[in-house]
Design a protein around this ligand. Structure first.
Ligand code: CP
Length: 324
């Protein structure tokens, strides 16, 4: 049975297949009629125990574009607020015949528990668990980087070998950073983390990346700079300098962006703290891909659902059959 719990679950070939399939899905999105019949009769449940805008909406759009039936479950307003457990919630969804469960949870490990519990039969997709992982975010980020740094058509079948990616900010609390480091390493990119010493996770030495505390020295050597949201809700004052001090040392403003190579890009998974890790000038510039990342999230999540649920009909010619 197939699940997507961690970016580490993916080999280089798995990841390239997902990115190539996402390109086929993006071609569907460019058509007047954006729907494929491939998951007709299948049910996808979006099980969200933690707030989300981008991930929840894009999984819903992805499932609907594949013609699946979609059930949106939010812990707020459900019987979870009366104390119902993850197990009983899962058994309820199973009784409704879920073919895939897309889960976001505040507890790291909740998607793994669901996938290995025997409570449900369907595929489990991790849509962000605590401070642990967010593998579909890493996939849509890799899709965005491949399009921008390799090329939309030239990128088919290719990885990100040799591309230099810098991830900046609150790495300690970031599931996006962990999944990106794992996936980018699998795809051959060179990753550098830049963060204040208090926001670097213990054990980072074992991660497949470099660590720096000096943003200005890393920027000129970066093909993409990914700014992370400062997660104030997950930290206490001991972790954090002042907002002003943080922005001065680790924020990306127009002057800093000017030190990046000409064709490099600025990324942000959202939601953004404008004025903290990124200025409005940078966020709204042509080099910032934040909105493009959201659009790419729909194609990427269509590819993940399609490949996990094995659609009844091919979405398009198999990527390896392409001749370009
Ligand atoms: N990037 C991301 O996961 O955003 P949401 O929390 O809005 O889903």
């Amino acid at each position: 049975k197939h699940h997507l719990i961690s970016a580490a679950d993916l080999t280089r070939d798995d990841a390239v297949l997902i990115l190539d399939t996402a390109e086929e899905m993006a071609r569907v999105a460019d058509r007047p009629i954006k729907k494929l019949p491939t998951l007709r009769g299948r049910t996808v449940v979006n099980l969200f125990f933690e707030d989300s805008t981008r991930t929840r909406i894009s999984f819903e759009a992805a499932a609907k574009r594949l013609s699946a039936d979609v059930i949106n479950f939010s812990a707020k307003g459900s019987s979870v607020s009366k104390g119902e457990s993850l197990k009983d919630t899962a058994l309820t969804l199973e009784a409704m015949g879920a073919d895939a469960v897309v889960i976001r949870h505040h507890a790291s490990g909740a998607p793994y528990r669901l996938a290995n519990s025997g409570w449900i039969d369907g595929a489990v997709v991790n849509a962000g668990d605590g401070t642990h992982e967010h593998p579909t975010q890493a996939l849509l980020d890799a899709f965005t980087m491949r399009r921008r740094l390799v090329g939309r058509d030239r990128g088919i079948g290719r990885d990100l070998a040799g591309r230099r990616i810098t991830i900046v900010g609150d790495v300690l609390h970031s599931r996006v950073a962990r999944s990106n480091v794992l996936l980018l390493n699998t795809l051959g990119a060179e990753v550098t983390l830049v963060a204040p010493p208090t926001l670097v996770p213990i054990g980072v030495e074992s991660w497949p990346c470099e660590v720096s505390y000096d943003l200005d020295s890393v920027l000129p050597k970066s093909d993409a700079v990914m700014m992370l949201r400062v997660q104030r809700e997950r930290m206490n004052a001991a972790f954090f300098p002042t907002e002003r001090e943080y922005s001065r040392r680790y924020g990306l403003d127009g002057d800093r962006m000017a030190r990046m190579p000409e064709d490099s890009i600025v990324m942000h998974p959202g939601p953004m703290n404008r004025g903290m890790e990124i200025t409005a000038e940078v966020a709204d510039s042509d080099r910032c891909t934040a909105v493009e990342q959201v659009a790419n999230g729909v194609s990427t999540r269509m590819a993940v659902l399609y490949l996990l649920l094995g659609g009844a009909e091919p979405a398009a010619p198999a990527p390896h059959a392409r001749t370009e």
